[in-house]
Design a protein around this ligand. Structure first.
Ligand SMILES: C[S@@+](CC[C@H](N)C(=O)[O-])C[C@H]1O[C@@H](n2cnc3c(N)ncnc32)[C@H](O)[C@@H]1O
Length: 455
């Protein structure tokens, strides 16, 4: 029988791509956090197994590589990404990511994206998406990078930033912080694309790292005496975590909290302060050590929600939570040990937040460094002579690290202690006196810490 060929019916996206696309829209339109939005959406739609893994790879990968994808899309489309409809642009990013960074067949990457463009828009715009993706699929990622990235000889930092899909200013900040080790820039940038291993902290006084490792089938950490590395699985499901014997905490953060407890303080009277406490991970570790030394921790956190989390995370420990601004606490000065783990750009933990590298702006820095200086000043004023302040950030940006500390050394009666021995047995910590941890060296977030003695 002679039948007229029928136009194929447009198929909506499969569940994994649909989930990725919806989260990308939420990120672009409502500043959603993909690491919160995606798991919620997968749960709501009952997406599990391989579909969930594929949706996760597409969502996080597309968020991370956005700048690289936009450069390629712009070149292939012959117009800047800003000139493309934002919904179409998200679709193009999803399609381009599949073409350049996954094993998805070219045909599947192109046809699913084009069909979705036809459903969302019309055949003219589907044709545009088709043309752009066909052009992109004509070359692999390396060929596009060779064409579009800055010349590595003239601009090595710009080249590395492009290759590893980071904004140039962030790559420059890492290179500045690495200083003489700037040759490690590629390794730092690459580590932001790796999924961090889950670290647990065995609560001191409750159980040892060895006991926890055995209970969760993990391995004892390299540096922190409390650390256990979890090979797989959801840490929230572990009985030790649920009953408060262990917390989920990056080993770098454990080392920071522990460093304050190890700092040399003569005649410690047991008055310890955590000036930026929420959500209370470091407070919990500090307080568990404090409990064994007859000390108490005052925890300051102005955000009501985060202060509630501090209370939850420190239940049963010697902690008093104050919901006030760290710059105006009204507290009696005279603390022996003070942690000031300031709000920061979070450039040291980009691997935990796929979209963060593209959301942060250099313009965020001046307001943050002002707040950091004021909080450090307040911390120093609350510390007794011969007491120790530990200034910490989860960013290696020099303006947030040595810049803030240098300002305090100039303006306040403090001297820098060699912070590195407080982090032993971790090595490879830089030239001192401060400590800079790095994911590619230590497997931790890129935490910075400076111990300052008052008086
Ligand atoms: C980097 S986080 C601290 C993380 C915490 N130490 C932990 O390990 O769980 C910085 C905290 O400082 C709080 N913060 C912001 N402004 C503050 C202020 N003016 N005074 C005190 N804390 C502030 C933020 O709400 C945030 O909870």
């Amino acid at each position: 029988m002679n039948q007229k060929p029928r136009r194929p019916r447009r198929k909506p996206l499969d569940p994994a791509r649909r989930a990725a696309f919806d989260v990308l829209r939420a990120v672009s339109e409502r500043d959603a956090y993909p690491n919160l939005a995606l798991p919620a959406l997968l749960r709501e739609r009952g997406i599990t197994g391989r579909d969930a893994a594929f949706a996760t790879e597409l969502t996080y990968g597309t968020c991370r590589t956005r700048g690289l994808l936009d450069a390629v899309i712009g070149a292939a489309a012959g117009r800047t990404p800003e000139a493309i409809d934002p919904v179409l642009l998200d679709l193009l990013r999803l399609g381009t990511y599949q073409l350049l960074r996954t094993r998805v067949e070219t045909h599947a990457a192109v046809s699913t994206t084009v069909e979705q463009a036809a459903i969302e828009f019309d055949s003219a715009r589907a044709g545009f998406v088709n043309a752009v993706l066909r052009t992109i699929s004509g070359r692999d990622e390396k060929a596009w990078v060779d064409e579009l990235a800055p010349d590595p000889a003239a601009d090595p930092v710009g080249h590395a930033a492009f290759v590893h899909a980071h904004p140039r200013w962030i790559a420059q900040a890492f290179a500045d912080a690495l200083g003489a080790a700037a040759g490690e820039l590629d390794a730092v940038l690459a580590s932001d694309d790796e999924r961090p291993q889950v670290h647990l902290a065995a609560r001191p006084g409750a159980l040892t790292a060895e006991e926890l490792a055995e209970a969760v089938h993990g391995t004892v950490g390299r540096y922190s005496p409390y650390a256990v590395y979890l090979p797989s699985g959801d840490p929230g499901e572990l009985p030790a975590v649920r009953d408060g014997q262990a917390l989920v905490q990056d080993e770098g953060s454990q080392l920071v909290a522990r460093a304050l407890t190890l700092a040399p303080v003569d005649g410690d009277t047991g008055r310890w302060l955590d000036l930026c406490a929420g959500p209370g991970g470091k407070t919990a570790l500090l307080a568990a050590v404090a409990a064994g030394r007859d000390a108490r921790v005052t925890a300051v956190e102005p955000s009501a929600h985060r202060a509630d989390l501090v209370e939850e995370n420190t239940r049963g420990l010697p902690v008093e939570v104050l919901r006030v601004d760290g710059r105006q606490t009204g507290l009696e000065p005279g603390f022996d040990r003070v942690l000031v783990d300031v709000p920061c750009t979070g450039l040291g933990a980009l691997r935990r937040r796929p979209e963060a590298r593209w959301r942060r702006r250099p313009a965020d820095i001046p307001a943050l460094t002002r707040l950091q200086r004021e909080l450090l000043e307040a911390a120093i004023a609350l510390t007794r002579p011969d007491g120790v302040v530990l200034y910490a950030t989860c960013s290696p940006h020099l303006a947030e690290t040595v810049g803030v500390v240098a300002d305090a050394l100039r303006r306040h009666p403090v001297s820098a202690l060699d912070t590195r021995p407080l982090f032993e047995p971790a090595g490879d910590l830089g030239d001192g006196p401060y400590v800079q941890l790095w994911p590619h060296r230590h497997g931790t977030d890129a935490m910075f810490a400076a111990a300052l003695q008052v008086g």
